[in-house]
Design a protein around this ligand. Structure first.
Ligand SMILES: [Fe+2]
Ligand SMILES: [Fe+2]
Length: 319
């Protein structure tokens, strides 16, 4: 693209960038990251070591299963929002297919570890249908861009949670934090740790996909993207949490295990998200958000760089 950089030209360039991000994500998803909860989990090892898992670990995984099981609401909302865009629609379908296997993976982990009976699992899953999640339940999530920003943050938070639970599982199994030489050699981790690894790997890929889209939005629509980031940051909370069955049991275990708090969100989610967007910290972001409005109207996106300090730098020849 050579310009002139009208808003239509910027939209076109952004759409092309999104398509490239989708293609890279889809290719890795089906060529390298494909797995099935019914075929690729070491269930015999889960059975053998299930008694080692603590009640808190089981409660956390049950809560994760609950949140994942709202997948139909997440997908439905996205398909409405992105109905006009073939790329975004297809992206959403692939993403939803991956989310669908997460609830199943957590269910099978709980079942084969003997942490929950089949009856308990069925009762729990049946209750999910009683509530409905909508993005509007989160302040500031009202546009396709806001939904994408929300997804970027939520996937990062989910990645962090699952990584922490994988560490708990490994400690309770009596394993070191990193895979042992035997696990590395055979290509998968022991029992429940493997389920955690597979799901965690998906969440990181999701975070990375939405991050790339938001970075492109920041490049082509800096002021709008900064304003939307500000809104979504301010209203962020995890999806569907208030709707999951046995929510008190889950939240008690979250507190007891120190899985999540405002401080943890700040350090493990918010700050890494800002860093991945190319910013040093919150102060740098606020600076970038203020200065984005002062960029020239038809600026050339290839000539503008966002520095870690939050300054927008325009290449000398065009300044
Ligand atoms: Fe998931
Ligand atoms: Fe995800």
């Amino acid at each position: 693209m050579t310009g002139p950089w009208t808003s239509e030209a910027r939209q076109l360039a952004f759409d092309q960038a999104v398509h490239e991000h989708y293609l890279a994500y889809f290719t890795r998803a089906v060529k390298q990251r494909n797995w099935s909860p019914w075929h690729d989990l070491p269930v015999e090892e889960m059975r053998a070591r299930g008694h080692l898992l603590s009640e808190d670990t089981a409660n956390l995984i049950e809560g994760f299963m609950g949140v994942e099981e709202f997948v139909s609401d997440y997908v439905q909302e996205g398909l409405v929002a992105f109905r006009e865009s073939r790329t975004r629609r297809n992206l959403h379908l692939q993403w939803g297919a991956e989310e669908a296997r997460h609830g199943v993976a957590w269910e099978l982990l709980l079942k084969h570890s003997n942490a929950r009976t089949e009856t308990q699992l069925t009762e729990y899953l049946d209750k999910i249908r009683d509530s409905r999640w909508q993005p509007q339940q989160h302040a500031g999530v009202e546009s396709p861009l806001a939904t994408t920003i929300y997804a970027m943050i939520q996937e990062r938070a989910t990645f962090y949670h699952y990584q922490e639970v994988r560490a708990r599982v490994r400690a309770e199994y009596g394993l070191p934090p990193a895979p042992t030489p035997e696990e590395r050699q055979r290509g998968y981790e022991i029992g429940a740790s493997e389920a955690c690894r597979l799901v965690t790997q998906d969440e990181l890929a999701h975070h990375s996909l939405f991050l790339h889209i938001v970075r492109s939005a920041l490049k082509y629509f800096p002021s709008l993207t900064c304003d939307t980031l500000t809104q979504v940051f301010a209203g962020f909370s995890m999806p569907a949490l208030r709707f999951i069955p046995k929510v008190r049991t889950y939240l008690r275990s979250v507190k007891r295990t120190n899985l999540y708090s405002e401080k943890i969100h700040e350090e493990k989610v918010h700050k890494p998200v800002l860093n991945s967007l190319g910013l040093e910290d919150q102060q740098a972001f606020e600076h970038a958000a203020r200065c984005a409005h002062a960029l020239p109207e038809h600026f050339d996106p290839e000539e503008v760089r966002l520095r870690r300090s939050g300054e927008w730098q325009i290449a000398a020849a065009h300044a």
